[in-house]
Design a binder for this molecule. Structure first.
Ligand code: MN
Ligand code: MN
Length: 467
Protein backbone atom coordinates (compact mmCIF):
# COMPACT_ATOMS: atom_id res chain seq x y z
CA UNK A 1 0.00 0.00 0.00
CA UNK A 2 1.39 3.43 -0.89
CA UNK A 3 2.45 5.48 2.08
CA UNK A 4 0.20 8.41 3.03
CA UNK A 5 2.22 11.59 2.82
CA UNK A 6 2.07 14.40 5.39
CA UNK A 7 0.36 16.69 2.90
CA UNK A 8 -2.27 14.06 2.14
CA UNK A 9 -2.99 13.64 5.84
CA UNK A 10 -3.26 17.35 6.36
CA UNK A 11 -5.47 17.80 3.31
CA UNK A 12 -7.77 15.07 4.60
CA UNK A 13 -8.06 16.97 7.86
CA UNK A 14 -8.36 20.54 6.55
CA UNK A 15 -9.87 20.60 3.05
CA UNK A 16 -13.61 20.60 2.63
CA UNK A 17 -14.97 17.62 0.72
CA UNK A 18 -18.12 17.61 -1.31
CA UNK A 19 -18.54 13.95 -2.18
CA UNK A 20 -20.45 12.74 -5.23
CA UNK A 21 -23.41 10.40 -4.86
CA UNK A 22 -21.60 8.01 -7.19
CA UNK A 23 -19.16 7.18 -4.42
CA UNK A 24 -21.05 8.32 -1.34
CA UNK A 25 -24.22 6.31 -1.84
CA UNK A 26 -24.39 2.52 -1.67
CA UNK A 27 -26.11 0.60 -4.47
CA UNK A 28 -29.03 0.04 -2.09
CA UNK A 29 -29.27 3.81 -1.53
CA UNK A 30 -29.26 4.45 -5.29
CA UNK A 31 -32.16 2.03 -5.49
CA UNK A 32 -33.95 3.78 -2.64
CA UNK A 33 -33.52 7.08 -4.45
CA UNK A 34 -34.94 5.64 -7.68
CA UNK A 35 -37.88 4.05 -5.85
CA UNK A 36 -38.63 7.31 -4.00
CA UNK A 37 -38.57 9.21 -7.29
CA UNK A 38 -41.33 7.07 -8.81
CA UNK A 39 -43.72 8.86 -6.44
CA UNK A 40 -42.24 12.19 -7.45
CA UNK A 41 -42.63 11.40 -11.16
CA UNK A 42 -46.32 10.61 -10.68
CA UNK A 43 -46.79 13.83 -8.68
CA UNK A 44 -45.04 15.87 -11.38
CA UNK A 45 -47.07 14.25 -14.14
CA UNK A 46 -50.38 14.86 -12.35
CA UNK A 47 -49.73 18.40 -11.09
CA UNK A 48 -49.10 20.70 -14.03
CA UNK A 49 -50.64 23.85 -12.57
CA UNK A 50 -50.72 25.27 -9.05
CA UNK A 51 -54.37 24.22 -8.73
CA UNK A 52 -53.60 20.66 -9.80
CA UNK A 53 -50.66 20.43 -7.38
CA UNK A 54 -53.00 21.55 -4.59
CA UNK A 55 -55.38 18.72 -5.50
CA UNK A 56 -52.54 16.16 -5.64
CA UNK A 57 -51.15 17.34 -2.30
CA UNK A 58 -54.57 17.28 -0.62
CA UNK A 59 -55.16 13.75 -1.88
CA UNK A 60 -51.90 12.59 -0.29
CA UNK A 61 -52.69 14.59 2.85
CA UNK A 62 -56.09 12.94 3.26
CA UNK A 63 -54.34 9.54 3.31
CA UNK A 64 -52.05 10.88 6.04
CA UNK A 65 -54.76 12.09 8.39
CA UNK A 66 -54.69 15.84 7.65
CA UNK A 67 -57.90 17.77 8.27
CA UNK A 68 -58.94 21.28 7.32
CA UNK A 69 -57.85 23.75 10.01
CA UNK A 70 -60.62 25.36 12.05
CA UNK A 71 -59.70 28.37 14.17
CA UNK A 72 -62.31 27.56 16.83
CA UNK A 73 -60.99 24.03 17.36
CA UNK A 74 -58.43 23.08 20.06
CA UNK A 75 -55.50 21.11 18.71
CA UNK A 76 -53.17 18.80 20.58
CA UNK A 77 -49.61 17.66 19.78
CA UNK A 78 -49.56 15.34 16.78
CA UNK A 79 -52.72 16.80 15.19
CA UNK A 80 -52.41 17.33 11.44
CA UNK A 81 -54.14 20.22 9.70
CA UNK A 82 -54.14 22.08 6.41
CA UNK A 83 -55.28 25.46 5.13
CA UNK A 84 -56.37 25.73 1.49
CA UNK A 85 -55.90 29.24 0.13
CA UNK A 86 -58.24 29.54 -2.88
CA UNK A 87 -57.20 26.19 -4.29
CA UNK A 88 -53.82 27.64 -5.29
CA UNK A 89 -51.71 27.58 -2.13
CA UNK A 90 -51.60 25.33 0.91
CA UNK A 91 -50.34 25.36 4.47
CA UNK A 92 -49.81 22.04 6.25
CA UNK A 93 -49.05 21.78 9.95
CA UNK A 94 -48.24 18.99 12.38
CA UNK A 95 -48.71 20.28 15.91
CA UNK A 96 -45.65 19.85 18.15
CA UNK A 97 -45.12 19.15 21.81
CA UNK A 98 -43.37 22.40 22.61
CA UNK A 99 -45.20 25.70 22.99
CA UNK A 100 -45.48 27.97 19.98
CA UNK A 101 -43.31 30.52 21.79
CA UNK A 102 -40.43 28.19 20.91
CA UNK A 103 -41.15 28.83 17.24
CA UNK A 104 -41.96 26.69 14.23
CA UNK A 105 -39.99 24.39 11.99
CA UNK A 106 -41.06 25.88 8.70
CA UNK A 107 -40.46 24.94 5.08
CA UNK A 108 -41.76 26.87 2.08
CA UNK A 109 -41.81 25.77 -1.55
CA UNK A 110 -43.73 27.16 -4.51
CA UNK A 111 -46.04 25.25 -6.81
CA UNK A 112 -46.46 27.67 -9.72
CA UNK A 113 -44.21 27.27 -12.76
CA UNK A 114 -43.47 29.30 -15.88
CA UNK A 115 -46.08 28.82 -18.61
CA UNK A 116 -48.25 30.60 -21.18
CA UNK A 117 -51.47 32.12 -19.78
CA UNK A 118 -54.34 33.00 -22.09
CA UNK A 119 -55.16 36.66 -22.50
CA UNK A 120 -58.61 37.86 -21.52
CA UNK A 121 -59.77 38.05 -25.15
CA UNK A 122 -57.71 35.17 -26.51
CA UNK A 123 -59.58 33.71 -29.46
CA UNK A 124 -59.17 35.15 -32.96
CA UNK A 125 -59.04 34.08 -36.56
CA UNK A 126 -56.36 34.99 -39.07
CA UNK A 127 -55.36 33.37 -42.36
CA UNK A 128 -58.24 30.88 -41.99
CA UNK A 129 -56.75 29.58 -38.73
CA UNK A 130 -58.07 29.94 -35.17
CA UNK A 131 -55.52 31.02 -32.58
CA UNK A 132 -55.27 32.02 -28.93
CA UNK A 133 -53.35 35.08 -27.72
CA UNK A 134 -51.19 34.43 -24.65
CA UNK A 135 -49.27 36.38 -22.05
CA UNK A 136 -46.35 34.39 -20.68
CA UNK A 137 -46.10 33.82 -16.92
CA UNK A 138 -42.69 33.90 -15.24
CA UNK A 139 -39.21 34.07 -16.69
CA UNK A 140 -39.12 32.08 -19.90
CA UNK A 141 -36.89 31.95 -22.95
CA UNK A 142 -39.75 32.48 -25.39
CA UNK A 143 -38.17 30.65 -28.33
CA UNK A 144 -38.31 27.42 -26.27
CA UNK A 145 -42.12 27.48 -26.31
CA UNK A 146 -42.61 27.38 -30.08
CA UNK A 147 -43.02 24.13 -32.00
CA UNK A 148 -43.61 21.95 -28.93
CA UNK A 149 -46.85 20.20 -27.94
CA UNK A 150 -48.92 22.07 -25.37
CA UNK A 151 -51.92 21.19 -23.23
CA UNK A 152 -54.55 23.59 -21.92
CA UNK A 153 -55.30 23.45 -18.18
CA UNK A 154 -57.32 25.65 -15.88
CA UNK A 155 -60.72 26.87 -14.85
CA UNK A 156 -63.51 28.88 -16.42
CA UNK A 157 -66.31 30.35 -14.34
CA UNK A 158 -69.41 30.68 -16.50
CA UNK A 159 -71.80 33.61 -16.21
CA UNK A 160 -74.23 31.29 -14.41
CA UNK A 161 -71.55 30.66 -11.76
CA UNK A 162 -70.74 27.13 -12.89
CA UNK A 163 -67.04 26.26 -12.54
CA UNK A 164 -65.57 24.36 -15.48
CA UNK A 165 -62.32 22.47 -14.97
CA UNK A 166 -60.37 22.23 -18.20
CA UNK A 167 -57.63 19.77 -19.08
CA UNK A 168 -57.09 19.04 -22.76
CA UNK A 169 -54.01 17.51 -24.29
CA UNK A 170 -52.62 15.15 -21.68
CA UNK A 171 -54.49 11.97 -22.66
CA UNK A 172 -53.49 10.08 -25.80
CA UNK A 173 -56.93 10.55 -27.40
CA UNK A 174 -57.07 14.29 -26.74
CA UNK A 175 -55.94 17.00 -29.14
CA UNK A 176 -52.97 19.20 -28.30
CA UNK A 177 -51.98 22.74 -29.21
CA UNK A 178 -48.83 24.52 -30.32
CA UNK A 179 -47.13 27.81 -31.09
CA UNK A 180 -45.85 27.77 -34.67
CA UNK A 181 -42.40 28.94 -35.69
CA UNK A 182 -41.04 30.22 -38.99
CA UNK A 183 -39.42 27.74 -41.36
CA UNK A 184 -35.63 28.21 -41.63
CA UNK A 185 -35.97 28.81 -45.37
CA UNK A 186 -37.74 32.10 -44.67
CA UNK A 187 -36.13 32.99 -41.36
CA UNK A 188 -33.36 35.22 -42.69
CA UNK A 189 -34.74 38.30 -40.95
CA UNK A 190 -35.85 36.40 -37.82
CA UNK A 191 -32.37 34.90 -37.50
CA UNK A 192 -30.88 38.37 -37.17
CA UNK A 193 -32.91 39.01 -34.04
CA UNK A 194 -31.34 38.55 -30.62
CA UNK A 195 -32.16 35.26 -28.88
CA UNK A 196 -34.57 36.95 -26.46
CA UNK A 197 -36.44 38.40 -29.46
CA UNK A 198 -36.30 35.17 -31.52
CA UNK A 199 -39.95 34.62 -30.69
CA UNK A 200 -41.53 37.79 -29.30
CA UNK A 201 -44.26 37.90 -26.67
CA UNK A 202 -46.95 38.74 -29.21
CA UNK A 203 -45.78 35.87 -31.41
CA UNK A 204 -46.65 33.27 -28.76
CA UNK A 205 -49.96 32.59 -30.49
CA UNK A 206 -51.42 29.14 -30.03
CA UNK A 207 -52.94 27.24 -32.93
CA UNK A 208 -56.33 25.77 -31.98
CA UNK A 209 -58.19 25.01 -35.22
CA UNK A 210 -58.60 25.30 -38.96
CA UNK A 211 -62.00 23.90 -40.05
CA UNK A 212 -64.65 26.56 -40.68
CA UNK A 213 -68.33 26.48 -39.86
CA UNK A 214 -70.03 25.24 -43.06
CA UNK A 215 -71.65 28.25 -44.69
CA UNK A 216 -71.01 30.13 -47.91
CA UNK A 217 -69.69 33.57 -47.14
CA UNK A 218 -69.48 35.26 -43.77
CA UNK A 219 -66.42 36.05 -41.72
CA UNK A 220 -64.59 34.35 -38.83
CA UNK A 221 -66.11 30.97 -39.56
CA UNK A 222 -63.14 29.01 -38.16
CA UNK A 223 -63.35 30.96 -34.90
CA UNK A 224 -67.11 30.42 -34.92
CA UNK A 225 -66.75 26.67 -35.17
CA UNK A 226 -64.23 26.60 -32.31
CA UNK A 227 -66.67 28.55 -30.15
CA UNK A 228 -69.45 26.20 -31.23
CA UNK A 229 -67.37 23.19 -30.09
CA UNK A 230 -66.50 24.90 -26.78
CA UNK A 231 -70.13 25.80 -26.27
CA UNK A 232 -71.18 22.18 -26.82
CA UNK A 233 -68.46 20.79 -24.54
CA UNK A 234 -68.44 23.36 -21.73
CA UNK A 235 -71.53 25.49 -22.24
CA UNK A 236 -69.37 28.61 -22.55
CA UNK A 237 -69.53 31.71 -24.73
CA UNK A 238 -66.62 33.91 -25.78
CA UNK A 239 -67.15 36.30 -22.88
CA UNK A 240 -66.45 33.48 -20.39
CA UNK A 241 -62.75 33.73 -21.32
CA UNK A 242 -62.55 37.16 -19.67
CA UNK A 243 -61.96 35.93 -16.13
CA UNK A 244 -60.81 32.41 -16.90
CA UNK A 245 -57.49 31.10 -15.64
CA UNK A 246 -56.26 29.00 -18.53
CA UNK A 247 -52.64 27.93 -18.77
CA UNK A 248 -50.78 26.28 -21.63
CA UNK A 249 -48.17 23.84 -20.40
CA UNK A 250 -45.81 21.45 -22.20
CA UNK A 251 -47.11 17.91 -22.60
CA UNK A 252 -43.83 16.04 -22.61
CA UNK A 253 -44.34 13.06 -20.30
CA UNK A 254 -42.14 12.88 -17.21
CA UNK A 255 -39.37 10.42 -18.09
CA UNK A 256 -36.14 8.95 -16.85
CA UNK A 257 -33.20 10.54 -18.62
CA UNK A 258 -29.92 8.84 -19.51
CA UNK A 259 -28.83 5.27 -20.24
CA UNK A 260 -28.31 4.88 -16.50
CA UNK A 261 -31.75 6.35 -15.63
CA UNK A 262 -30.09 8.53 -12.98
CA UNK A 263 -31.97 11.68 -14.04
CA UNK A 264 -35.56 12.84 -14.48
CA UNK A 265 -36.82 15.11 -17.23
CA UNK A 266 -40.13 16.92 -17.05
CA UNK A 267 -41.96 20.22 -17.03
CA UNK A 268 -42.48 22.27 -13.86
CA UNK A 269 -39.77 20.76 -11.68
CA UNK A 270 -39.09 24.30 -10.40
CA UNK A 271 -40.41 24.06 -7.78
CA UNK A 272 -42.46 20.90 -7.48
CA UNK A 273 -39.09 19.19 -7.06
CA UNK A 274 -38.89 20.82 -3.61
CA UNK A 275 -42.63 20.85 -2.91
CA UNK A 276 -42.85 17.07 -3.15
CA UNK A 277 -39.84 16.17 -0.94
CA UNK A 278 -40.84 18.70 1.75
CA UNK A 279 -44.37 17.31 1.66
CA UNK A 280 -43.30 13.66 1.88
CA UNK A 281 -40.91 14.61 4.70
CA UNK A 282 -43.68 16.26 6.71
CA UNK A 283 -46.14 13.48 6.01
CA UNK A 284 -43.67 10.77 7.03
CA UNK A 285 -42.98 12.22 10.49
CA UNK A 286 -43.24 9.12 12.63
CA UNK A 287 -43.19 10.71 16.08
CA UNK A 288 -44.99 13.76 17.36
CA UNK A 289 -42.45 16.49 16.58
CA UNK A 290 -40.96 18.65 19.31
CA UNK A 291 -41.79 21.92 17.54
CA UNK A 292 -44.85 22.52 15.39
CA UNK A 293 -43.83 21.70 11.82
CA UNK A 294 -45.35 23.80 9.04
CA UNK A 295 -45.06 23.53 5.28
CA UNK A 296 -46.21 26.25 2.90
CA UNK A 297 -46.81 25.42 -0.75
CA UNK A 298 -47.23 28.85 -2.21
CA UNK A 299 -48.25 30.36 -5.53
CA UNK A 300 -47.02 33.29 -7.67
CA UNK A 301 -43.33 32.93 -6.78
CA UNK A 302 -42.39 33.09 -10.44
CA UNK A 303 -43.89 36.56 -10.79
CA UNK A 304 -42.71 38.06 -7.52
CA UNK A 305 -44.88 36.43 -4.82
CA UNK A 306 -47.50 39.17 -5.12
CA UNK A 307 -51.25 38.66 -4.95
CA UNK A 308 -53.42 36.91 -2.41
CA UNK A 309 -51.91 33.47 -3.03
CA UNK A 310 -48.27 34.65 -3.14
CA UNK A 311 -46.05 34.60 -0.10
CA UNK A 312 -46.03 38.37 0.25
CA UNK A 313 -49.73 38.08 1.07
CA UNK A 314 -50.97 37.78 4.64
CA UNK A 315 -52.42 34.28 4.43
CA UNK A 316 -49.46 32.64 6.12
CA UNK A 317 -49.40 35.16 8.98
CA UNK A 318 -53.16 34.82 9.38
CA UNK A 319 -52.67 31.13 10.08
CA UNK A 320 -49.81 31.76 12.52
CA UNK A 321 -51.87 34.44 14.28
CA UNK A 322 -54.75 32.02 14.56
CA UNK A 323 -52.76 29.14 16.12
CA UNK A 324 -50.86 31.57 18.39
CA UNK A 325 -54.06 33.21 19.54
CA UNK A 326 -55.56 29.80 20.38
CA UNK A 327 -52.46 29.06 22.48
CA UNK A 328 -52.28 32.60 23.95
CA UNK A 329 -48.76 33.05 22.60
CA UNK A 330 -47.68 36.44 21.19
CA UNK A 331 -47.22 36.02 17.43
CA UNK A 332 -43.88 37.79 17.44
CA UNK A 333 -42.47 35.36 20.00
CA UNK A 334 -43.41 32.49 17.71
CA UNK A 335 -42.04 34.13 14.56
CA UNK A 336 -38.83 35.36 16.22
CA UNK A 337 -37.83 31.82 17.16
CA UNK A 338 -39.04 30.18 13.95
CA UNK A 339 -36.50 28.47 11.74
CA UNK A 340 -37.21 28.09 8.05
CA UNK A 341 -35.93 26.27 5.02
CA UNK A 342 -36.88 28.10 1.85
CA UNK A 343 -37.21 25.13 -0.47
CA UNK A 344 -36.36 26.09 -4.02
CA UNK A 345 -34.24 24.92 -6.90
CA UNK A 346 -30.80 26.15 -7.83
CA UNK A 347 -28.94 26.05 -11.14
CA UNK A 348 -26.82 22.96 -11.66
CA UNK A 349 -23.45 23.25 -13.38
CA UNK A 350 -23.91 22.59 -17.10
CA UNK A 351 -20.71 21.56 -18.94
CA UNK A 352 -22.08 23.06 -22.15
CA UNK A 353 -22.39 26.46 -20.46
CA UNK A 354 -19.50 26.60 -17.99
CA UNK A 355 -18.70 30.28 -18.44
CA UNK A 356 -21.64 31.54 -16.33
CA UNK A 357 -20.62 29.50 -13.30
CA UNK A 358 -17.86 29.91 -10.77
CA UNK A 359 -16.93 26.32 -10.14
CA UNK A 360 -15.92 26.61 -6.49
CA UNK A 361 -19.39 27.83 -5.59
CA UNK A 362 -21.65 26.26 -8.20
CA UNK A 363 -23.99 23.36 -7.48
CA UNK A 364 -23.56 20.06 -9.31
CA UNK A 365 -25.99 17.28 -10.09
CA UNK A 366 -25.61 14.27 -7.79
CA UNK A 367 -23.81 16.14 -5.04
CA UNK A 368 -26.90 16.39 -2.88
CA UNK A 369 -29.16 19.17 -1.65
CA UNK A 370 -27.94 22.68 -2.27
CA UNK A 371 -27.65 24.98 0.72
CA UNK A 372 -27.73 28.56 -0.54
CA UNK A 373 -26.88 31.18 2.06
CA UNK A 374 -27.94 34.06 -0.18
CA UNK A 375 -29.35 34.54 -3.68
CA UNK A 376 -29.99 37.96 -5.25
CA UNK A 377 -27.85 39.88 -7.71
CA UNK A 378 -25.74 43.02 -8.12
CA UNK A 379 -23.99 42.86 -4.76
CA UNK A 380 -26.46 40.67 -2.86
CA UNK A 381 -29.44 42.92 -3.57
CA UNK A 382 -32.93 41.50 -3.20
CA UNK A 383 -32.10 38.61 -0.93
CA UNK A 384 -31.90 37.60 2.68
CA UNK A 385 -28.48 36.40 3.73
CA UNK A 386 -28.71 33.61 6.30
CA UNK A 387 -26.69 34.23 9.46
CA UNK A 388 -23.53 32.31 10.26
CA UNK A 389 -25.30 30.90 13.32
CA UNK A 390 -28.33 29.60 11.45
CA UNK A 391 -26.26 28.27 8.53
CA UNK A 392 -24.08 26.34 10.99
CA UNK A 393 -27.17 24.97 12.71
CA UNK A 394 -28.73 23.69 9.47
CA UNK A 395 -25.44 22.19 8.29
CA UNK A 396 -25.14 20.56 11.72
CA UNK A 397 -28.52 18.90 11.21
CA UNK A 398 -27.48 17.70 7.75
CA UNK A 399 -24.12 16.39 9.00
CA UNK A 400 -25.78 14.54 11.87
CA UNK A 401 -28.21 12.91 9.41
CA UNK A 402 -25.25 11.93 7.20
CA UNK A 403 -26.69 13.73 4.17
CA UNK A 404 -25.06 14.69 0.92
CA UNK A 405 -25.17 18.46 0.71
CA UNK A 406 -23.37 21.16 -1.21
CA UNK A 407 -23.33 24.91 -1.49
CA UNK A 408 -24.53 26.65 -4.62
CA UNK A 409 -24.33 30.22 -5.77
CA UNK A 410 -26.59 31.09 -8.69
CA UNK A 411 -23.91 31.83 -11.29
CA UNK A 412 -20.91 34.11 -11.33
CA UNK A 413 -21.05 37.47 -9.59
CA UNK A 414 -22.71 39.99 -11.92
CA UNK A 415 -23.63 37.28 -14.43
CA UNK A 416 -27.32 37.56 -13.55
CA UNK A 417 -29.02 36.18 -10.50
CA UNK A 418 -32.40 35.48 -9.02
CA UNK A 419 -34.38 35.17 -5.84
CA UNK A 420 -36.66 32.94 -3.83
CA UNK A 421 -39.32 33.40 -1.16
CA UNK A 422 -36.59 33.37 1.52
CA UNK A 423 -36.46 37.15 1.84
CA UNK A 424 -40.21 37.55 2.43
CA UNK A 425 -40.07 35.11 5.34
CA UNK A 426 -36.83 36.57 6.67
CA UNK A 427 -38.42 40.02 6.58
CA UNK A 428 -41.01 38.76 9.07
CA UNK A 429 -38.20 38.16 11.54
CA UNK A 430 -37.39 34.47 11.34
CA UNK A 431 -34.18 32.67 10.39
CA UNK A 432 -34.29 31.43 6.79
CA UNK A 433 -31.91 29.66 4.46
CA UNK A 434 -32.46 28.27 0.96
CA UNK A 435 -32.25 24.51 0.60
CA UNK A 436 -33.21 22.74 -2.60
CA UNK A 437 -32.41 20.61 -5.60
CA UNK A 438 -30.06 21.55 -8.47
CA UNK A 439 -31.64 21.46 -11.96
CA UNK A 440 -30.52 21.80 -15.55
CA UNK A 441 -32.49 23.79 -18.14
CA UNK A 442 -34.34 25.64 -15.36
CA UNK A 443 -37.57 27.37 -16.51
CA UNK A 444 -37.50 25.49 -19.81
CA UNK A 445 -40.37 23.24 -20.94
CA UNK A 446 -38.24 20.22 -19.99
CA UNK A 447 -36.15 20.59 -16.84
CA UNK A 448 -33.70 17.93 -15.71
CA UNK A 449 -32.66 16.88 -12.20
CA UNK A 450 -30.90 13.95 -10.52
CA UNK A 451 -32.76 11.29 -8.58
CA UNK A 452 -30.09 11.13 -5.87
CA UNK A 453 -30.54 14.85 -5.17
CA UNK A 454 -34.34 14.62 -5.02
CA UNK A 455 -34.17 11.76 -2.54
CA UNK A 456 -31.58 13.67 -0.54
CA UNK A 457 -33.96 16.65 -0.39
CA UNK A 458 -36.62 14.43 1.13
CA UNK A 459 -34.13 13.26 3.76
CA UNK A 460 -32.95 16.81 4.42
CA UNK A 461 -36.47 18.12 5.13
CA UNK A 462 -37.17 15.00 7.18
CA UNK A 463 -34.09 15.63 9.33
CA UNK A 464 -35.01 19.31 9.72
CA UNK A 465 -38.61 18.62 10.80
CA UNK A 466 -37.54 15.85 13.18
CA UNK A 467 -35.09 17.97 15.20
MN1 MN B 1 -38.30 28.35 -7.92
MN1 MN C 1 -38.29 29.68 -10.89
Amino acid sequence: MPKTTESQKLKEKLFSKRPHAGQALTDAQWESAAAYCEGYKAFLQAGKTEREVVLCALKLAAEQGFEEYKSEKKYKPGDRVFVNNRGKALIFAVMGKAGLCEGLRLAAAHIDSPRLDLKQNPLYEDGDLALLKTHYYGGIKKYQWAAIPLALHGVIIRADGEKINVSIGEEADEPQFCVTDLLPHLAAEQSKRTLSQGIKGEELNVLVGSRPFREDGGSELVKLRILQLLSEKYGIVEEDFLGAELELVPTFPVRDIGFDRSLIGGYGQDDRICAYPSLTALFSLKKVPQKTCVLILTDKEEIGSDGNTGLQAAYFMHFIESICSAASVPVRDCIDSTECLSADVNAAFDPTWPSVMEKNNAAFLNKGVVVTKYTGSRGKADTSDASAEFTAKVLGIFRAANLLWQTGELGKVDEGGGGTVAKYLANLGMDVIDVGVPVLSMHSPFEVAAKADIWMAHRAFEAFFAV
